[in-house]
Ligand binder design. Sequence first.
Ligand code: PEP
Ligand code: MN
Length: 362
Amino acid sequence: MQFRPVFDTKKRPILVAGPCSAETEDQVLETAHALAGQGIDLFRAGIWKPRTRPGAFEGVGKIGLAWLRRAKEETGLKITTEVANGQHVTEALRHGVDVLWIGARTTANPFSVQELADALQGLDMPVLIKNPINADLKLWIGAIERIYQAGIDRIAVVHRGFSKYGEVKYRNVPLWQLPIELKILFPDLQILCDHSHICGKSDLLHEVAQQALDLNFDGLMTEVHPSPANARSDAEQQVTPWQYREMTQELIVRKPAATDRALLQYLLESRREIDALDEKIIEMLHERMKIAERIGGYKRENNIAIYQPERWREILENGLAKGTALGLSEEFISLLMKAIHQESINHQSAVMNEMHIAGHTG
Ligand code: PEP
Ligand code: MN
């Protein structure tokens, strides 16, 4: 696939902003005027809202498109809204919407994405595709392919995080490696970070926005409302146009790649140090596995089960205590220790089976 850019490739960061939902004509116009003065690139507002449970505010519907069109006429801003079926596409196009966006719940459903692709067939319309709510890179790529196959090549993606049961810090966990992997596969795909839906609360917005820029994202999608506390959807994560201005002004835009010679040299040396450490880690793991194999032989001789729950608990607790004291996250340490422990079990099983087979044939 080869994509044409949706946004100006020289501008960084690209700023897409606007309310979660269009609620009244005044609210839409007030927000649009405030944001137009800040030089944003695209004005967003949801007209049809995919709510988790019925009875919540499901958007104002078609009438909101007229408000968006008025906002566009008065401010000159380009406008975007979420579409989830063929009818939405037809209505949005009829009202002069410039860019369509596909929401996370829709991306997760190939039937819906295909319906959108069919409605877009042969049109030259830019489309933003949010990641699916579940952490499935192939599903995200599948949605991009369906839209691309309809003849749309002005596609950009929006990373809005992934649903995870029991998560506390974020509303949707970022799992940065997924969007990064997508960017590696398709380098000419522009990528925005919808930090509003990742954070779920406004006080985290700045931190996650900066992280996205540090990871070389092209821009941000942010929910902005004149009076967040009174918003009819996503009240906790929206900010006022004034707070938005403050946040965007504080963001530091880094160069995509280092050009300065001294800096390049420094990077090169640091990377060598990292490579050497990685090599050491692998060698130490190899040592660890050799010991595990020795224990495997002993367990076999004495007929002891490989998996010892108390021992595993001890290993994990030691790892967590040491790791967190050194500033490593609990999530990382437990993943790492689980992987190491699993590999040890595999090595021990191999030793036991080998001896077992040897015992029978010998
Ligand atoms: C939105 O942008 O308002 C929205 C509903 O987002 P998502 O599809 O990412 O949940
Ligand atoms: Mn929202």
